[in-house]
Write a protein that binds this ligand. Structure first.
Ligand SMILES: [Zn+2]
Length: 203
């Protein structure tokens, strides 16, 4: 059992109350990529962190009325400038995926780590966000036996659309391989990580 507490030192820590224990703490194999912004399409505000930490002001925007009673979180948020915030220890179960399934296994929250990119389905992501996402992926890969990276849209098709068509899976994968190549210890780990845009149900 690793002694890693699940908190990455390079991330700013904002503790969320929205988490619980994983059914099998050793089973953390999937990385789930999301996008999020509150209000939708508005970047830079405090509302995503406020939502994940249970202190959102529902009156700050008319659209927030829909969020009442919603208890959600994610492990990480990558802001537009590449700064990373962590809300839940990666050892614990954050509440980001909802009703979901990957390779026939439901409840992806049980065995996944959630990374939110501040953004939307209709605005390209920033270079700094890809850089931060790659650094985060490599850091997590050193602590957990990750085998796959998927988008929320791929594990909850028909229900979710993020990270959306403007998330560049090819660029992410290439940057990941490039950074890993610079550190020999990481090459094998990354070679075993499947970064693809969705998977056929049969796989
Ligand atoms: Zn999502």
């Amino acid at each position: 059992m690793s002694t890693f507490d699940g908190w990455l030192p390079q991330a700013a820590r904002y503790d969320s109350p929205n988490f619980d224990t994983r059914p099998d703490p050793a089973d953390i194999t999937l990385l789930v990529i999301h996008n999020v912004s509150l209000p939708a399409g508005c970047f830079g505000g405090p509302h995503v962190s406020d939502l994940f930490t249970g202190r959102i002001d529902y009156n700050a925007d008319p659209s927030f009325a829909d969020l009442r009673g919603l208890k959600v979180s994610s492990h990480f948020l990558v802001r537009r400038d590449g700064r990373v915030i962590q809300y839940v220890s990666a050892n614990e179960r954050a509440w980001h995926a909802g009703v979901s399934s990957f390779r026939g296994r439901e409840k992806c929250n049980d065995y996944s780590i959630g990374i939110e990119l501040e953004g939307s389905d209709v605005v390209p992501f920033e270079a700094a966000q890809y850089e931060a996402l790659v650094a985060l992926t490599l850091a997590l890969q050193q602590h957990y036996p990750l085998t796959d990276v998927q988008g929320h849209e791929h594990i909850a098709p028909g229900r979710k659309t993020d990270p959306g068509p403007l998330f560049n899976w090819e660029y992410y994968r290439k940057l990941l391989n490039k950074k890993a190549a610079a550190e020999p210890a990481l090459v094998n780990a990354i070679a075993g990580l499947r970064v693809v845009k969705g998977l056929p149900q049969s796989q």
